[in-house]
Design a protein around this ligand. Structure first.
Ligand SMILES: Nc1ncnc2c1ncn2[C@@H]1O[C@H](COP(=O)(O)OP(=O)(O)OP(=O)(O)O)[C@@H](O)[C@H]1O
Ligand SMILES: [Mg+2]
Length: 363
């Protein structure tokens, strides 16, 4: 497969460029399905990198491989030169924070409490200190609350600090997830569809917020289906199709690539990258159908159920507890993907500026 790589763009800050994330040869298989295949991706300091691709392309699975929720079948992920431990709380402690495609907040906690939870990897006070509630604990707690309020101010939710998170409108819940992720003081922030369900004004504000995060020295890797948002925001964009990286480059290179347009419009490729995977999926479905037929003594309905059951993702439904402390493995991911976020908007459709990408707020 041909990939176009442009990694020469200088960091906007003018500081020495450091490779923050270095993923090499990342492959994730679920039985017969290869959701991510041999993907290389780097994110440098000062960069906002976009990850696009049609539904089911493997974007969220790739994020799960980066954050320790999945252990990649093959490949290696380094953060600032060090191979990441395969546990999500350790990945967070190392410096990578994320938000989820299906929002995960503690719905019965206040907005402020949700951000405080995000600070636990940065709080040094131990169990005894917390139980005894000594001066060290009170000092640390006051500092945590001050920082949490600062972050709520930053995302524009300070006036809702005492509200229950479940009462926030959808767009504000997404902002709260970002504040909680920032509370772990990351060097890299991964955002999985941060504007899904937002109206155009909220999307615009989210764009500004992400620029501001970048300007604070945090590198960003963002998945989004909204092409205008991606091409306005990102220094580089990589496109995944059927688990493979089809192309990577500047916004203008990627948005004018015919294969990317074809992927979004669902047209067949020449030299389609999916033939092999399609054969694998067909074989896996056939095996599942045969197994189900054997188990149930050959009833047609059971065979159909086994063959068509959609695999879930590791993500819990909206409102479930954040998963940073509940690492999942492919084996325990039976939750169906209830995601109802808007689907892909094609480059060149009415959400894409006809005059090409505008790079705003670029330091
Ligand atoms: N835990 C799992 N077990 C089995 N298959 C899975 C699992 N998680 C994801 N998949 C499959 O991997 C493929 C990629 O899914 P993924 O959720 O990563 O796609 P995506 O690019 O994030 O799509 P979307 O844009 O719809 O969010 C899909 O075919 C999906 O069904
Ligand atoms: Mg996804």
């Amino acid at each position: 497969m041909t990939t176009t790589t442009d990694t020469t763009a200088p960091a906007p800050t003018g500081k020495a460029v450091e490779t923050v994330l270095d993923a090499r040869g990342v492959t994730m298989r679920f039985g017969g399905l290869t959701a991510v295949r041999d993907v290389d991706l780097t994110v440098n300091s000062g960069e906002i990198v976009g990850l696009i691709g049609p539904n089911g392309a493997g974007k969220t699975t790739f994020f799960n491989c980066l954050t320790g929720l999945y252990i990649p079948t093959e490949g290696e992920v380094r953060y600032k030169g060090t191979v990441l431990p395969p546990k999500s709380f350790k990945v967070t402690a190392a410096g990578i924070a994320r938000t989820f495609q299906n929002i995960r907040l503690f719905s019965n906690m206040t907005v402020l409490e949700n951000v405080l939870v995000g600070r636990h990897t940065r709080t040094k006070e131990g169990l005894w200190s917390a139980l005894l509630r000594g001066p060290g604990f009170h000092k640390a707690e006051a500092a945590s609350r001050a920082r949490a309020m600062e972050l709520l101010e930053f995302v524009g939710l300070a006036n809702k600090a005492e509200h229950l998170s479940r009462n926030l409108p959808y767009g504000e819940q997404r902002k709260l997830e970002i504040a909680r992720a920032l509370a772990s003081e990351p060097g890299l922030l991964l955002l999985d569809e941060p504007t899904a369900g937002m109206n155009p004004q909220e999307t615009r504000a989210a764009e500004e917020l992400i620029f501001a995060i970048r300007d604070q020295g945090i590198a960003v890797l963002v998945i989004e289906h909204d092409m205008r948002f991606i091409f306005n925001l990102c220094d580089r964009v990589a496109c995944l199709v059927q688990g493979q990286k089809l192309i990577e480059g500047t916004a203008s290179v990627v948005q004018s690539d015919e294969r990317v347009i074809a992927a979004y419009l669902g047209e067949p490729f020449e030299a389609a990258p999916g033939d092999e995977e399609a054969a694998e999926v067909a074989a896996a479905e056939k095996r599942a159908a045969e197994a189900a037929t054997e188990e149930t003594g050959g009833t047609k309905e059971a065979a159909g159920t086994g063959a068509t059951a959609a695999p879930g993702t590791a993500e819990a439904p909206s409102g479930a507890a954040p998963a940073d402390d509940t690492p999942a493995t492919p084996a325990d991911t039976t939750t169906p993907d209830d995601d109802t976020t808007p689907k892909a908007t094609a480059p060149g459709d009415d959400t894409t500026p006809s005059s090409g990408p505008r790079k705003e707020n670029d330091a």
